[in-house]
Design a binder for this molecule. Structure first.
Ligand code: PLP
Length: 453
């Protein structure tokens, strides 16, 4: 989570011109300062915190400002533009739908909605069968919570209403999503709700014991009776540290949910549609959840999210009882359809898996170069999180992380601000279209910066 601002004073930086990066001005660009200042004056402060660059245009895995500078995009927005920026297929799909004169249809059926739902269901493993289209990831995770609690209360009466989630988890910023989140600081504005309970996430770094016993022991310590649990929700990999849970843990969790008639939910908002080198992150575990919340890479950039679910869970509410005004917006749906077609036809899930060893090796070199400042890194497919920690501890050390982002942007590699515990983690997650050559170029830039920190 960004907790500070990058300075707006222009710095003279090294001029750069490579195949993918071009920096020809001071950074931030002096001409951009009035616009950047205006945002700082007129928006909530919470909208700040990202590198002070005006994004203007995009071309596959690069983004450019209006002043002739171009960055190799290691952010993919924030894990969104999976097929890259400015893809002509996506642009044409958006233009065609707008040209047809159809940019809103509420819940009235459209052909494009049929096509998108058909496409999405073709990605689903049994017993997931139905898809509910929404707009944001938070809406999708909240819908999963609602469905799990509804089922719990249907089968177990009012007392089966507990949702178990994980420490340090992130499920969005709306009220239910934040109650489910695992960072105390983000929900200090909310009353304590005893029906949301967190357990440690088995990341192997801050939580060394990764056995499933910890899950059961924590619930017992917190006085939670297993049969009162309506649902368990976890990010498939935790966004803040890019760590999957051990497959054995996930399998035991699946069994535990079955034994206690609890709904298993994976939050695939970051992981879904190829980021981890598999279509869905849960496929690394060899299990299937009852519900999955998706967003980000599902559309490649337009506001689309989805809940994927079983027949049973998706049939609890009757016609008109679970809707959203912008569900299946025709223009967004057309873009999502084009995005998913590109992921399939260009085998981008395989590209993420193929480039995983390159990204992992690069992260290892960056860690080595950091002289102990990067205490831990983890990742899968085309996502890695580098955690800056006080030497020999798991205590976050955000300052060098911020310095690395700032220098990286000055050298033509776009990163978003540090995230995670104490704001100490840098994420590397380029579009899934990135080539080995471009990935290696950006990683070499970060390795050089790590040496200088
Ligand atoms: C794992 C996860 N779940 C949910 C969300 C919330 O998505 P949105 O910002 O679209 O509401 C995010 C956003 O970063 C996320 O990373």
């Amino acid at each position: 989570m960004a907790t500070k601002e990058f300075p707006l004073e222009p710095r003279t930086v090294e001029l750069i011109e490579t195949k993918y990066r071009k920096i020809t001005t001071q950074i931030p660009v002096p001409k951009s300062i009035p616009a950047l200042r205006k945002l700082r004056e007129l928006e909530p402060r919470s909208m700040g915190g990202q590198p002070p660059i005006l994004w203007h245009s995009g071309n596959d895995f690069t983004v450019s400002d209006p002043y002739g500078n171009t960055w190799l995009d290691f952010s993919a927005g924030v894990l969104v533009t999976s097929v890259g920026h400015g893809r002509s297929e996506v642009v044409r799909a958006i233009q065609a739908m707008a040209g047809q004169g159809m940019y809103h249809s509420y819940c009235f059926p459209t052909e494009v909605r049929v096509k998108l739902i058909e496409e999405l269901t073709s990605w689903l493993p049994e017993p997931l069968k139905r898809v509910f289209l929404l707009t944001t990831g938070s809406e999708a995770t909240e819908c999963c919570i609602k469905l799990a609690r509804t089922k719990g209360m249907n089968v177990g009466g009012g007392a089966k209403n507990i949702i178990v989630t994980f420490e340090n988890a992130f499920h969005g910023r709306t009220m239910g999503a934040q109650l489910a989140g695992g960072s105390a600081g983000l929900k200090s504005w909310l009353p304590d709700d005893p029906t949301f309970v967190q357990v440690p996430f088995p990341d192997g770094f801050r939580q060394k014991d990764v056995s499933f016993d910890v899950f059961k022991k924590t619930l017992a310590e917190k006085g939670v009776e297993a049969d009162r649990v309506a649902g368990v929700m976890s990010e498939t990999y935790q966004g803040c540290n890019a760590t999957l849970m051990p497959a054995e843990y996930a399998r035991q969790l699946r069994r535990w949910c079955d034994e206690h008639n609890a709904v298993l939910i994976f939050d695939e908002v970051q992981a879904g549609f190829g980021r981890t080198g598999k279509p869905f992150g849960f496929m690394h575990y060899g299990i299937v959840p009852d519900l999955a919340a998706c967003g980000k890479g599902i559309s490649g950039g337009m506001p689309v999210s989805a809940v994927l679910g079983t027949d049973e869970l998706m049939s609890m509410y009757g016609p008109g009882e679970m809707t959203s005004t912008h569900s299946a917006n025709p223009i967004c749906s057309a873009a999502a359809l084009a995005n998913l077609k590109i992921i399939r036809e260009e085998k981008l899930v395989d590209n993420a898996a193929k480039l995983e060893p390159i990204l992992q090796a690069g992260a290892e070199r960056i860690q080595k170069a950091s002289n102990g400042k990067i205490g831990h890194f983890a990742g899968t497919g085309l996502v890695v999180a580098l955690q800056f920690t006080k030497p020999g501890t798991t205590q976050p050390d955000p300052d060098p992380a911020w310095e690395m982002v700032q220098k990286s942007v000055q050298r033509g590699v776009m990163l978003f601000a540090p995230v995670g515990v104490g704001g100490c983690a840098i994420k590397i997650n380029p579009p899934l279209t990135i080539t080995r050559e471009a990935l290696e170029e950006g990683l070499a830039v970060l390795e050089q910066i790590a040496k200088e920190l």
